[in-house]
Design a protein around this ligand. Structure first.
Ligand SMILES: NC(=O)C1=CN([C@@H]2O[C@H](COP(=O)(O)OP(=O)(O)OC[C@H]3O[C@@H](n4cnc5c(N)ncnc54)[C@H](O)[C@@H]3O)[C@@H](O)[C@H]2O)C=CC1
Ligand SMILES: O=C(CO)COP(=O)(O)O
Length: 341
């Protein structure tokens, strides 16, 4: 390691927080992983495993977990937020008084806050206005990172020095960190692709072909880009790792929790049963609800998201939604839609 070691706090000891903390430890930084449950902290510290979220993966020596939030934050120069979006505000509140001016606050969370349709970086800027905010996103299945499979990610912020420090802190022989100044687009890409991972998981369960998978992924990209452009993001971001890259991996991998929820629903489980069976975070369930409602309000054409919403929350049969999509209902069959048709 050539750069100065950072003191990093990773808030959230699920699969992603554990994977990011592992890279930081391996890179020689001083790291504290905050977990809510003291028993989990003890197991991580003593057995070097996070059995609930990353079973069977050996964590690096020197990983320190604690249930004491203040202890984890003391002296931290960089804070990585890796809790689910539904817990994000609560953790910001709990930590607020222990975050010094100028701390780098990096969101790894790929979800949307219902109240005001806010992204996590927007919550960070509002709740911790004295911090410097960035977003980490990309095709980053936690288990594969923990297994040190070659992976690329994006650190996004208007703050170039923040991007450089996060690149230095996280880069290693299996983890390549690109930078982007389009924080909003990078973050929106990470949240939106979860919707389509549920849809492709569902499609896989009912036995669609590879043609269908290609159709679904391509139209998903068009649809999420169209939504993002309407919201003010750059369409080019959606051609990068945090857009199409993350969509491809999440919508094709049975390691994705969103894909797995979709798969179980395609096999006949109810939404509640599928979420309960998963026992981990699947952000797409909440995101599709918020995005489909927003698309309706603003008249943004999103047949896949609204079709998925109809299946999950209005009880429409999957076959009926597929038939409607194939008939191109309300569709004027424009193929290229990056700029928003
Ligand atoms: N797992 C993955 O492959 C990736 C996940 N992400 C994102 O990271 C975020 C976190 O996801 P995962 O680590 O996968 O979730 P997870 O389901 O594996 O773990 C969630 C963690 O958050 C903790 N938590 C929940 N509510 C909390 C609260 N109120 N206060 C404190 N801690 C709380 C849980 O105890 C658990 O340790 C999500 O937004 C996800 O989309 C991003 C990239 C990859
Ligand atoms: O964001 C992810 C991969 O980039 C993880 O996806 P899931 O949350 O669906 O597991």
């Amino acid at each position: 390691m050539t750069q100065q070691p950072e003191v990093a706090a990773v808030l959230g000891g699920g699969s992603f927080g554990t994977a990011i903390a592992s890279i930081l430890v391996q890179n020689g930084h001083q790291v504290r992983l905050w977990v809510r449950d003291p028993e989990t902290a003890a197991v991580i510290n003593n057995e070097r495993e996070n059995p609930r979220y990353l079973p069977g993966t050996e964590l690096p020596e020197g990983m320190q977990a604690s249930e004491d939030l203040i202890e984890c934050l003391t002296g931290a120069t960089m804070v990585f937020m890796a809790v689910p979006s539904k817990a994000f505000m609560e953790v910001l509140d709990q930590a607020r008084d222990h975050i010094p001016e100028g701390t780098l606050a990096i969101s790894c969370t790929k979800g949307i806050h219902a109240d005001g349709f806010l992204l996590m970086s927007q919550l960070l800027q509002r709740e911790w206005p004295h911090t410097r905010v960035g977003v980490l996103s990309g095709p980053n299945l936690a288990r594969e990172i923990a297994e040190r499979k070659f992976t690329g990610t994006v650190i996004a912020s208007a703050d170039a020095e923040l991007c450089k420090r996060v690149q230095d802190a996280l880069s290693c022989d299996y983890f390549r960190v690109y930078d982007s100044s389009d924080m909003f687009g990078v973050e929106l890409g990470g949240a939106l692709k979860n919707i389509y991972a549920i849809a492709t998981g569902m499609a896989a369960a009912v036995g669609v072909g590879d043609n269908t998978h290609g159709l679904l992924i391509t139209r998903s990209l068009a649809e999420m880009s169209r939504f993002a452009v309407q919201m003010g993001a750059s369409p080019l971001t959606f051609l990068g790792l945090a857009g199409v890259g993350d969509l491809i991996v999440t919508a094709s991998s049975s390691l994705s929790r969103n894909y797995r929820v979709g798969y179980q629903i395609g096999q006949g489980k109810s939404l509640d049963e599928a979420v309960a069976a998963l026992g981990q975070t699947a952000e797409g369930v909440n995101t599709v609800r918020l995005v489909a409602e927003r698309a309706r309000q603003q008249g943004i054409y999103m047949p896949l998201a609204t079709g998925l919403y109809a299946i999950l929350f209005e009880g429409q049969p999957l076959e009926q939604v597929i038939a409607g999509l194939m008939r191109g209902e309300h569709n004027h069959d424009v193929e290229f839609t990056m700029g928003g048709d």
